[in-house]
Ligand binder design. Structure first.
Ligand code: SF4
Ligand code: SF4
Length: 86
């Protein structure tokens, strides 16, 4: 599938453990990336700063669902399922 404009669910739900532009300590799960604009689009897409790990994330129906809300629900569940036990 093509990435859905004005979604950004994959920039909110998952944690990112490595530094990304403007977030040197990575990103906690459930926190919007600071590089998202108010319309949930990435402000550094197609620039030299666009992180390889973001480039590697491909839109797929199984984790993107049909809507932003579905994607948030699926990706949040995936995040919880893969979180280390504490
Ligand atoms: S969750 Fe999927 S559709 Fe939404 S922005 Fe990410 S890749 Fe695109
Ligand atoms: S850098 Fe862009 S694509 Fe990557 S998580 Fe942040 S907003 Fe999303």
């Amino acid at each position: 599938m093509d990435c859905r404009p004005q979604c950004g669910a994959c920039c909110i739900a998952p944690h990112i453990s490595t530094a990304i532009p403007n977030m040197p300590n990575g990103k906690p799960a459930g926190v919007p990336c600071v590089n998202l604009d108010d319309a949930f689009n990435c402000t550094i897409w197609n620039t030299p700063d666009f992180p390889p790990l973001c480039h590697a994330f491909q839109a797929q129906t199984e984790h993107c669902g049909e809507t932003q809300q579905q994607a948030l629900t699926i990706l949040t569940q995936m995040e919880q399922d893969t979180a280390p036990d504490i």
